[in-house]
Design a protein around this ligand. Structure first.
Ligand SMILES: [Zn+2]
Length: 438
C-alpha cells in the first residue's frame, strides 16, 4: 500500500506490475535501437541478439554491457562526437549535441531533442516530487552546465509553477556567497545543491554572522547531489541547516536517476526513464541484493542519446524489498566509483566506507571533513587526517584510531590537519600527505 502522496498512477503499481511495464517499454526501445541506431544494430548482429525475442527483463542479460570506454573508442575511430546512439526527432533541426566535461573517464556527448527534454523533464519532476518538492514558491537550483540536469531543471520549475532561481557558478565554493544572497532574497521552499556547496554556504553564513537556521528557514526540502551521503552526514546537514527534509538525488548525464523517499533507506529508481541492474564486474551476472556491483542502466525513452545496458563506472547496491513508503521502484545506493576503490590490509574499500565507519564508531565525528592519505595505503596502513574542530580532541582521535583499526583489521592512524579546503567536505578524497597539509 502506498503511504506517500503519489506523483501519478505509476507510483501505485506493484513491483511485479512495474517490471512488466519496464519490459514492455524496453522491448519498444530495443526495436528502435536495432532499426535506427548503427552502434546497437552492429552489436546486436555481432552477438546474435534479436530484440523481437525480448519478453521479460531477464532477457536483457543477453545484451552486452556498454562501457564509456567503448563509446570513446568509437569517437576516436570515427573522429566524430556522434557514435551511432543518437536519435533525433526526425533526424533534423530539433537535435542538439552537448559536450559534457564531467566524469572522470573523458568527455561525454549527449544529444538532446525536444522529446528527450520533455520525457526527462517529467521524470525529473517525479524525482523532485519524491524529494519533497510541491507546487508554488521559489526553487533555488544549482545549474551544472557540465551535466544534462541543467537542460531539465527549468522544465521542473515550469511544471510545478515555481519561480526558478538559477545561481551561476554553483559548483565552486567561491560562488557560495551568491547562493546565500539568492536564499535570503527569494526565500525558496526547495533548494538543490552539490553536496560540498552546502558547507561552503554555511561557512559564508558564519562569516556574515547569519544564523544558518534563519538562512534556511523557508526551505522545506534540501536536495544534495554529487556524492553518496551517509546517515550521519544527513543528520549533520539537518542539524547544520535546520531543514526538516534532506534528500539525496543521484543522476548521471547518460540517464540514471534515483532519489530517496522520506524513509531514507536507499534511492528509488525513477522508473519512467531508466531501468537499473547491479552486476558482478567480472562475470557480468546479477549480484544478490545488498551485494556490491557495477551499476548498469538502460534508457526507457527512445529519444536523444540512447544508453542501453550502460556501465557508468559506479559501484552500487540494490534493494528490492518493499519500502515502507509503498513506492514500487527498487532502491539503489551509489557508493562511489571503481577508480576510487583502494585496498588496505585484506579490505577493498571506498572513501564512503571510511566515512560510515567513522560516524558509526565515533558519532561525535559524524559529518567531519577528512582526507585519506595515499602514502599510507601503499604502506598497508589507513591514515586519515581530520579537519581540526572543537570536537577533534586528542583523546577522541585516539579512540577513533583504535576503533578504525579494529573495524578494518589494519593499522589505522587518525591525525588532524589545520587547513583542509572546504571543497573536500562531504566527499573524502585520497590525497598525498603534502596535498592534504597545504
Ligand atoms: Zn521508499
Amino acid at each position: 500500500m502506498l503511504n506517500t502522496e503519489p506523483f501519478d498512477a505509476l507510483d501505485r503499481l506493484s513491483l511485479a506490475e512495474l517490471e512488466r511495464w519496464w519490459a514492455r517499454r524496453l522491448r519498444a526501445v530495443l526495436a528502435v535501437a536495432a532499426r535506427e541506431l548503427p552502434f546497437y544494430s552492429e552489436r546486436f548482429a555481432a552477438t546474435g541478439f534479436d530484440p523481437a525475442s525480448f519478453r521479460t527483463l531477464a532477457d536483457l542479460r543477453r545484451l552486452s554491457v556498454v562501457a564509456k570506454a567503448d563509446l570513446l573508442a568509437v569517437q576516436r575511430l570515427t573522429r566524430s562526437r556522434r557514435v551511432g546512439i543518437e536519435r533525433g526527432a526526425d533526424g533534423s533541426a530539433s537535435r542538439a549535441t552537448f559536450s559534457l566535461s564531467s566524469g572522470t573517464a573523458g568527455t561525454t556527448f549527449v544529444t538532446h531533442t525536444a522529446q528527450w527534454r520533455r520525457a526527462q523533464g517529467l521524470s525529473s519532476c517525479r524525482a523532485h516530487w519524491w524529494a519533497g518538492l510541491r507546487p508554488g514558491g521559489s526553487f533555488v537550483m544549482s545549474a551544472p552546465a557540465w551535466h544534462s540536469y541543467a537542460a531539465i531543471q527549468p522544465f521542473i520549475a515550469a511544471h510545478f509553477g515555481m519561480r526558478c532561481v538559477v545561481v551561476s557558478g554553483t559548483y565552486l565554493p567561491r560562488f557560495a556567497e551568491r547562493i546565500v544572497d539568492a536564499i535570503l532574497h527569494f526565500k525558496p521552499r526547495f533548494v538543490t545543491m552539490f553536496l560540498p556547496m552546502v558547507f561552503s554556504v554555511l561557512a559564508v553564513a558564519r562569516e556574515k554572522k547569519l544564523c544558518s537556521y534563519r538562512l534556511f528557514e523557508s526551505v522545506e526540502s534540501l536536495v544534495v547531489t554529487g556524492a553518496p551521503i551517509t546517515p550521519g552526514m544527513r543528520d549533520h546537514l539537518k542539524a547544520g541547516t535546520g531543514v526538516g527534509r534532506v534528500a539525496e538525488i543521484a543522476g548521471t548525464s547518460e540517464n540514471l536517476l534515483a532519489v530517496d523517499c522520506p524513509q531514507a533507506c536507499g534511492l528509488h529508481v525513477v522508473p519512467d526513464t531508466c531501468y537499473v541492474e547491479i552486476i558482478d564486474r567480472r562475470s557480468g551476472n546479477h549480484v544478490a541484493d545488498g551485494q556490491r556491483g557495477s551499476v548498469v542502466n538502460s534508457a526507457m525513452i527512445p529519444h536523444g542519446s540512447l544508453y542501453l545496458r550502460y556501465d557508468s563506472g559506479d559501484i552500487g547496491v540494490m534493494d528490492r524489498s518493499a519500502c515502507p513508503c509503498g513506492l514500487p521502484s527498487p532502491r539503489i545506493k551509489l557508493l562511489g566509483r571503481w577508480e576510487d576503490c583502494f585496498t588496505v590490509g585484506a579490505q577493498t574499500l571506498l572513501p564512503y566506507d571510511v566515512q560510515l565507519a567513522l560516524e558509526q564508531e565515533v558519532p561525535e565525528l559524524s559529518g567531519s571533513t577528512f582526507v585519506i592519505v595515499r602514502e599510507s595505503l601503499t604502506a598497508g596502513r589507513l591514515r586519515i587526517l581530520l579537519a581540526e574542530s572543537q570536537h577533534s580532541s586528542g583523546a577522541l582521535l585516539d579512540y577513533a584510531q583504535k576503533a578504525l583499526s579494529q573495524r578494518f583489521d589494519v593499522t589505522a592512524e587518525v591525525g588532524a590537519a589545520r587547513n583542509l579546503p572546504l571543497r573536500f567536505k562531504g566527499v573524502p578524497p585520497i590525497l598525498s600527505e603534502r596535498e592534504a597539509q597545504l
